[in-house]
Design a protein around this ligand. Structure first.
Ligand code: FNR
Length: 384
């Protein structure tokens, strides 16, 4: 065990020790054979930054402006469903850290803590992520709840109207599907083998509900019931007309998450999106699609500077953030890194992770010859 964790791998190891196997696998895993999941990380890793020296880098700055918001660095905490099962009231903890570090936190529709609980943390607005439900009345009410709690940035996820097949979750029987002995192993025994988690989250971390949607699924009383309700509400018929409909009902900024193709990005722009997240859902949906790192420059070339791009999937260091900026992103989202760091070491862990990201970014900005994060362009990368 490292005394002081530094890298995302350190935090991942810490989370693996702390969490029951079913929960660790739920976070760590992806769809299918996890080819896209691996590519997400590998494709950022294999990009090469240029090194330029002797240019007075005494004033590097990681600050950027995005959709009228000042960010201390171009990093946003991505929406993570069931976050509060990995650390006690994780969404509240993450919001506190994000506020103190000057970066946005995105609350998932499928969070454990409801929007009302997270909003009570501070006056700083969170970002809110939503899916399209069959019952449009619920969608409208969620928009109202979000607006009433100061949300102006709506992250609308468009790549989960069918759910990816995640082999680890099937094997573990995460949402049911196992017999009595399977349940005993993946539930009771798994939990008992992780007593720190069992006390911190299992005993003290309740209520273990999908806080945002609990009121719409009153019959649900265990996580598999909520998951089944969500499955039944996910609407496979969603199309661009629905986004146009959504646009008329949301006056804040609309950010479409899960765009990977340049033509879809153009259509997002045409339908009035204010930004898109170039994303394959962290390799959890369609295994075999290309990584964000591969698709981002194509999307950037198609849409130009008018549509701000955020990218996610496989960002594991401050160097990766600078690489993403060079490929055309204004900012990145990180998913697994933040939840691993909270699961492993709580708020101090997430704060440490973000400090290390910022330090790495400053070094990368300085030594690649682009001291201002807001001015990084493609020439920061070596051409291949
Ligand atoms: C996610 N992601 C996700 N996205 C979303 O729009 N709504 C959600 O509820 C969730 N839930 C979720 C749970 C878990 C455990 C993970 C790992 C991911 C996707 C997430 O927002 C983001 O796109 C990816 O996590 C980015 O990839 P990295 O940073 O995890 O590699």
């Amino acid at each position: 065990m490292n005394l002081v964790p530094a890298s995302v791998s350190d935090f991942r190891l810490g989370a693996e020790r702390r969490l029951p196997r079913t929960l660790f696998d739920y976070v760590d895993g992806g769809a299918g054979a996890e080819v896209t999941l691996k590519d997400n990380v590998a494709d950022f890793e294999k990009l090469r930054l240029g090194q330029r020296v002797l240019r007075d880098i005494s004033n590097t700055s990681t600050e950027i402006e995005l959709l009228g918001e000042k960010l201390s660095m171009p990093v946003i905490l991505a929406p993570i469903g069931m976050g509060g099962m990995m650390a006690r009231r994780a969404e509240v903890q993450a919001k506190r850290v994000a506020d103190s570090m000057g970066i946005p936190f995105t609350l998932s529709t499928m969070a454990i803590c409801p929007i009302e609980e997270v909003a009570a943390v501070s006056q700083v607005p969170m970002w809110f992520q939503l899916y399209m439900f069959r019952d449009r009345g619920i969608v409208l009410e969620m928009l109202e709840r979000a607006a009433a709690h100061g949300v102006t940035k709506l992250v609308f996820t468009v790549d989960l109207n069918v759910v990816g097949t995640r082999y680890r979750d099937i094997r573990n029987g995460l949402f049911g599907g196992t017999d009595f002995w399977g349940k005993l192993r993946s539930g009771f025994i798994d939990y008992a083998l992780h007593p720190r988690w069992a006390l911190d989250v299992g005993v003290k971390g309740g209520p273990h509900k999908f806080g945002n949607i609990a009121k719409y699924s009153p019959a649900a009383n265990a996580l598999p019931d909520y998951a089944a309700w969500v499955q039944s509400q996910l609407d496979a018929s969603v199309n661009w007309d629905d986004i146009a409909w959504l646009r008329t009902h949301w006056s804040g900024e609309l950010i479409l998450k899960g765009i990977l193709d340049p033509n879809d990005a153009l259509q997002a722009q045409a339908v009035g999106a204010d930004a898109v997240v170039v994303s394959n859902h962290g390799g959890r949906q369609l295994d075999g699609v290309a990584s964000g790192a591969e698709m981002l420059p194509r999307v950037a070339d198609a849409v130009g500077a008018a549509l701000p791009l955020i990218v996610d999937g496989g960002i594991r260091s401050g160097q990766d953030v600078v690489k993403a900026l060079a490929l055309g992103a204004r900012a990145v989202m990180i998913g697994r890194p933040w939840i691993f760091s909270l699961a492993a070491h709580g708020e101090a862990g997430l704060r440490q992770l973000l400090k290390v990201f910022k330090g790495d970014m400053n070094t990368a900005l300085g030594l690649s010859g682009f001291p201002q994060a807001s001015k990084v362009d493609r020439s920061a990368l070596l051409e291949k």
